[in-house]
Design a protein around this ligand. Structure first.
Ligand SMILES: [Zn+2]
Ligand SMILES: [Zn+2]
Length: 269
């Protein structure tokens, strides 16, 4: 049997002899099936020419990214919390060098996901490290591989450690989640529930990034309100370079206000 992986979103499917007929995550209006049609690959095939690159972002925080770029090309993060190492979001592959390096750090205490686009090969990571996988119950229907390691959490907050808290923001997905790490200054890991934009001073919010479907005012107001009670200096988004280094709370507040102003502006002509 083979783990089939969707080439467009990088999400893994159950071990079967043939790939599934379709990828529900890419069929959804928030992702896309390429004009050339649904395409599949496998984990062993990807390992032939892809590895995971590590970048130390700050003390106790590492970004992990598949190189060369694969599917959505998101970053995952490892953060060293008071309860052990937590993996934030996931990748389509797990190479042996990365697995051994994480084992040398003491393994994974938990895996937590922002939303379905970054589920990657989470069930394989969970098995390798015997780590629980935290997915908002609001997005349970998007999980493609049943696993005894899955922990569907309910409500708006889920504490993973004294210093690590999951916050459900909704928006992009009903279960859209960010992680607040209280490392002294405060760090927010946002996937693309809150999207850091290229100026590294603002964020934005969309229902679909590839299909350019905006979010409504109520959803953006709710996202800003969900994270406002927590202090954070840095905001790390899903993509390389998409980091706000300082004064994250203010950046988020002015970005939400800017967005809401823009979608409510009267026509100019
Ligand atoms: Zn897909
Ligand atoms: Zn997404």
């Amino acid at each position: 049997m083979t783990v089939h992986i969707c080439q467009t979103c990088g999400v893994a499917y159950p071990d079967t002899s043939a790939p599934p007929a379709e990828c529900p995550i890419c069929e959804d209006e928030r992702q896309f099936v390429p004009a050339s049609g649904q395409a599949w690959t496998t984990h062993p095939k990807l390992l032939e020419d892809h590895t995971i690159e590590w970048t130390e972002i700050s003390t106790g925080l590492h970004a992990l990214k598949v190189t060369p770029n694969l599917a959505i090309a998101q970053r995952a993060f490892l953060l060293e919390t008071s309860a052990g190492v937590i993996l934030w979001d996931c990748l389509p592959i797990l190479d042996e060098a990365t697995a051994e390096r994480i084992e040398a750090m003491g393994g994974l205490a938990a895996i937590a996901l922002s939303h379905p686009h970054y589920y990657g090969n989470m069930h394989s990571w969970a098995e390798r490290f015997s780590a629980p996988v935290y997915v908002s119950a609001a997005d349970a229907a998007w999980v493609q591989v049943p696993s005894p390691w899955l922990r569907f959490w309910h409500g708006d907050l889920e504490r993973l450690a004294d210093d690590a808290l999951l916050i459900r923001c909704g928006g992009h997905f009903a279960g859209g989640t960010v992680l607040h790490w209280d490392n002294g200054k405060g760090v927010l890991l946002t996937g693309d529930i809150i999207q850091v934009v290229p100026d590294a001073k603002h964020v934005s919010f969309m229902r679909s990034y590839p299909n350019l479907i905006p979010l409504d005012e109520c959803s953006v107001t709710a996202i800003a309100a969900a994270v406002a009670p927590f202090e954070f200096d840095a905001i790390h988004g899903a993509f390389v370079g998409r980091t706000i280094e300082n004064d994250g709370n203010a950046a988020l507040e002015r970005s939400a206000a800017r967005y809401i102003r823009a979608i409510n502006m009267p026509p100019k002509n």
